[in-house]
Design a protein around this ligand. Structure first.
Ligand code: PEP
Ligand code: CO
Length: 432
């Protein structure tokens, strides 16, 4: 893919000499939390942008992402009475998989845009040619993002005693603001009650952790950050806590699975309508020959209209083999559709969107199917933003196709906006 192998090797050598982004200690911690989630003792809230962009590595954008994940996790704690593990699609989610290697723009065939750490979106051959120095820019932005997240958490931003830190400007007008405030108040009361009994502040409530994740695509980059560490066996991919394999690169004989076989991180695997029972079982056994709890996270993304037909047979096969996996529902990627608004600035144009009702319906069906089969939904994986965008339709504010042109900022998949994400958390909390 990179035309200049020498330049790529130079960049990779530089990355390989730089410090890691995460530690094996954090990775092992996350793995044990994922094991708990697979047994129903925890719930995983996993979310963020479809693709991070370099220009969004800013204080407001990062803080807004943390705020919505914190608010959603508060709602989920309140509703599920389970501890929550928060995982961001951030600090490295720059590369995107593509179904086609090229596209034709104004009669010219060009390589497709593959994300900010690979090439540039402008439709010229120069911009679309993969540039290895972008991997360094991606490494740096991942480090800057993580540094800011860790500093905020250490500084008390995520302190459960101060949920007002997470308020976003426009929230007060949200249709669900009052319900959210009631939950915050009730949690505050419980906290004060517990602390009165305990005779002091409960330190565990003063900080919560965020883990990072991204789709594994540029394997050379991942390999440059894959290291051995003192006093632990094996190799760790220290570019992120939880790498995942997408549906386009998930072949059981493919390079991405082969790479993951060699690392000790937990690994996410997307599971969709084209996944066969045999391929799924082979994938799990390859990743986890010792059936290690917390190692394999299966992220289902069938779509609301297909999950009922496609999911149970896979779930039963995995259960019948006694394989330890955490099942997470991604209600986004099977529910993408193209609409043509009849009004608004984009009337007559094709727009990629998702309906809130479909997103919710897929999670509800996942919960129901697990209940019927006696297994546990370990969490959800959602594309969302803390900003007030109009990319998905529906939700309490009833966004329509004609509203999409108002604030559509995603360059890739449509995300739930702040209100829709919070509403989804509330509705999930009621069901789990
Ligand atoms: C994604 O998570 O952004 C993605 C491309 O997912 P999938 O591989 O499930 O299509
Ligand atoms: Co996506």
């Amino acid at each position: 893919m990179y035309p200049d192998r020498v330049a790529l090797d130079g960049v990779l050598a530089e990355v390989a000499a730089l410090p890691p982004l995460v530690t094996s200690y954090e990775i092992e911690n996350l793995k044990s939390q994922l094991a708990e989630a697979s047994r129903g003792e925890r719930f995983i809230l996993w979310g963020g942008d479809c693709a991070e962009s370099f220009s969004d590595c800013t204080s407001p954008a990062i803080a807004a992402k943390l705020k919505i994940l914190l608010q959603m996790s508060l709602v989920l704690v309140h509703g599920t009475r389970k501890r929550i593990t928060r995982i961001g699609r951030f600090a490295g989610q720059y590369a995107k998989p593509r179904s086609a290697a090229t596209e034709t723009i104004h009669g010219v065939e060009l390589p497709t845009f593959r994300g900010d750490n690979v090439n540039r979106p402008e439709p010229t051959l120069a911009a679309r040619t993969p540039d290895p120095t972008l991997l360094l820019r991606g490494y740096e932005r991942s480090a800057l993002t993580l540094n800011f997240v860790r500093a905020l958490v250490d500084g008390g931003f995520a302190d459960l005693h101060h949920p007002e830190n997470w308020d976003l400007e426009f929230v007060r007008h949200a249709p669900l603001a009052a319900e959210y405030q009631r939950m915050v108040d009730s949690i505050g009361e419980s906290l004060r009650f517990m602390e009165t009994l305990a005779g002091g502040t409960i330190a565990a409530m003063q900080r919560v952790d965020f883990y990072t994740s991204h789709e594994l695509l540029v394997l050379e980059y991942e390999a440059a950050l894959t290291r051995q560490v003192p006093r632990r066996e094996g190799w760790f991919n220290l570019s992120t806590h939880l790498p995942w394999i997408g549906v386009r690169t998930g072949a059981p004989t493919g390079a991405h699975l082969e790479f993951c076989r060699g690392i000790r991180n937990p690994v996410g695997v997307k599971v969709g309508p084209d996944t066969t029972v045999d391929a799924l079982l082979a994938t799990i056994r390859t990743l986890s020959p010792d059936n290690e709890p917390g190692r394999v996270v299966l992220v289902t993304r069938f779509g609301a209209h297909r999950i009922g037909r496609e999911f149970p047979k896979l779930l039963r096969a995995v259960r019948a083999e006694g394989l330890a996996v955490a099942w997470v529902c991604d209600p986004m990627h099977g529910n993408t559709e193209t609409v043509v608004p009849t009004g608004g600035a984009w009337a007559g144009k094709s727009v990629k969107t998702r309906k809130f009702a479909h997103v919710l319906a897929e999670v509800e069906q996942a919960i129901e199917i697990h209940r019927t089969e006696g297994t546990q939904l370990a969490g959800v994986h959602v594309e969302l933003t803390g900003e007030n965008v109009t990319e998905c339709t529906g939700g309490a504010r009833g966004l329509t196709d004609d509203d999409l042109s108002r604030a559509y900022r995603s360059h890739v998949d449509p995300r739930l906006n702040y209100e829709q994400a919070l509403e989804l958390a509330m509705l999930i909390a009621r069901r789990v």
